[in-house]
Each structure stands twice: as C-alpha cells, then as structure tokens.
Design a protein around this ligand. Structure first.
Ligand code: KPL
Length: 315
C-alpha cells in the first residue's frame, strides 16, 4: 500500500485463543500499543471511561511508522462494566494511574497481572497497596506516539520496551514481555526493572521539561545551547541515583539522553504535547519524584528544581 494511503477494511483479531489484553488509557501511546497488539492478532480491548459512551468511533485510525494508515476494529469496554479482565495494561498518564485503577478494586481477579507503562516513578508502590495480591509489573518504553484526534493515532518512533516485576507475585509473568515483543518488534523482561526505571527517569528529567518549556522537538536538544543544562541535569540525577544504590555516572546518563535525543529527533516529547494541549503534565512523577528522593538524601538538585518550577508556573 502506498505511503499515506488508507485501508478501510476493518481488521479482526485472528487468534482469539491467547488471553485478551485490556488496555486502560487510550492516549497517544495507549492507542499505538492497542493498534500494534491488534495488528499482531492478539485479542485486545480498550477500557474507556463512561463519558466516552456518547462518543463512539467506528475504529482506530492508525498510522504506522512507515506512513500506512489503516482503520482497525477494536473492542471497547467501559470502566463501570469492565467484564473479565485477563491481563491489564495500564497506559494512562502517571497522574491518572491510581484514579483509573481505583474503580477496579474488588472487581479485578487477584491473579490478573497489572502491567504499568507510564513515565515517572513512585506510582507502582501505590498500585501494590491498592492490589496487594495481584502481580504488579512495571514497564518502561521509549516508543514515540502522537494522537491526531479522537481515536486517531500515529506511531512516530520505534523504541525499546522493558517489563519487570514490582512484587513477588509478578515474577512468574515474564511471558507477557514475549507477547508484547511480538507486537512491538522488541520487548524484554528484566528482574532489575528499577534500574531501567531510573535510567528512563533520567531521560525524561532531561528531555521532557526542556522541550516543553522551549517548544522544541527532541532533536533540537542536540544543539550547543542545551549542552550545559543537559549535563547538569544528568549530574544531579546521577547523584540521587547513587544515593539510592543505583550504580551509574553522569556520563553514562548523558550518553543515554543524547542517544534518545538522536533516535527521537523528530518527535515531540509527551510533556511538550501535554502542555501544548493544555493538559496536566507528568512533571510530578518525573522531576517531582527526583526532587523528593533528593530531599530525602539531602542532595541539592538546583537545575532540576528550576525546571520543575518553570513547568509548574507555565502549566
Ligand atoms: O518518554 C519520552 C516522552 O516523550 O515522554 C521520550 C523518551 C522523551 C520520547 O519523547
């Protein structure tokens, strides 16, 4: 199919035998993951808030990395009548995870794995408190996504995805990473997911506030204007990570940041998109989490503090 063309045949999942994914949170990234899971023939359903009952849409309008646009049939459920949830993939913004999951307390079977894929840290612990018996899995992903309208999604960058256990009950669920890999092209399981979460936090502390404040694409941060501030952000994050027992260096973090800047050069960060659309940002779960950990260890993080303040004032 030529680039940019549209295939109006509604695709149906052809292998309904594997357990169905239920996605909570159908923003840019959630929409792209729902599309990729559907395209890999894994039964997939999105769970919407009840206010969306009135705004039904015939399907997901999905544009792939290669520029192909397709209309995908996707099953919908509503939070007030969630039905049987076999595996839950939570892709809301960080600040929405707990409010979105709370209505499922007492409803979700205790053996249903809950996979959390959001930016920032400090949320998984709250989810374990809400669902003490469920397997809780944390994930990080660097895929790029944009939402162009109601149920209109574009995959803008192929990234890496890693999952790992937050509690003991989750340790038996590494197979979930394999299922995600068949949809995303790559996904891995890492028992030390906390380290990957910190590394992703460093990337988000560096890229997200700056791109949102200066209205830049990620790639614009490669210019000399931002070299100092990116380095200082990484020095501060490395100090906090080391105090948290995470072996790293500011050079390593800066290398990772610059790699993501390069790989996602054409993308707008999620914080840029949130600010642009007047939505709440994830600054609390990203830089806010770093500031809280820094305060606990008595570490000064003035550059991150300044970025946090600036985002709060502009939001
Ligand atoms: O995670 C991201 C985000 O935008 O939130 C990065 C990796 C910075 C990609 O844009």
């Amino acid at each position: 199919m030529p680039s940019g063309s549209r295939d109006n045949n509604l695709e149906k999942s052809r292998h309904p035998s594997s357990p169905q994914w239920t996605l909570l949170g159908c923003g840019a990234l959630g929409g792209v993951f729902a599309s990729l899971l559907t395209l890999s023939d894994q039964p997939t359903r999105v769970l919407l808030r009840d206010r969306h009952r009135a705004t039904l849409h015939p399907g997901i309008d999905f544009t792939s990395l290669e520029g192909y646009t397709q209309l995908l049939a996707i099953e919908r459920g509503f939070v007030s009548q969630p039905g049987k949830i076999k595996r839950l993939l939570v892709m809301t913004k960080a600040n929405q995870v707990v409010p979105a999951l709370t209505p499922l307390v007492g409803i979700l079977a205790t053996d249903t794995p809950i996979v959390l894929l959001h930016n920032g840290m400090g949320i998984a612990e709250q989810v374990v408190q809400l669902f003490p018996h469920n397997p809780v899995i944390a994930g990080v992903t660097s895929h790029g996504a944009m939402q162009g309208g109601h149920f209109v999604f574009r995959h803008t960058g192929k990234g890496e995805t890693w999952l790992g256990p937050v509690n003991d009950a989750a340790k038996a669920h590494a197979y979930l990473a394999e299922d995600l890999a068949s949809a995303l092209g790559q996904a891995g399981w890492d028992e030390q997911i906390l380290t990957r979460q910190w590394q992703k936090l460093a990337i988000n502390c560096a890229i997200n506030p700056l791109t949102a404040l200066y209205k830049l694409k990620n790639g614009d941060l490669a210019g000399p204007r931002f070299a100092d501030v990116l380095q200082q952000v990484c020095v501060e994050v490395a100090d906090v990570m080391q105090a948290e027992g995470q072996a790293t260096s500011s050079d390593e973090l800066l290398r990772r940041v610059m790699m993501v800047v390069e790989l996602t050069a054409d993308n707008y960060s999620s914080m840029y998109q949130d600010m642009d659309l007047g939505r709440e940002t994830e600054i609390e779960a990203i830089t806010g989490f770093l500031l809280a950990r820094a305060a606990k260890h008595g570490i000064a993080v003035p550059v991150n503090q300044g970025l946090y303040q600036a985002i709060k004032e502009k939001s």
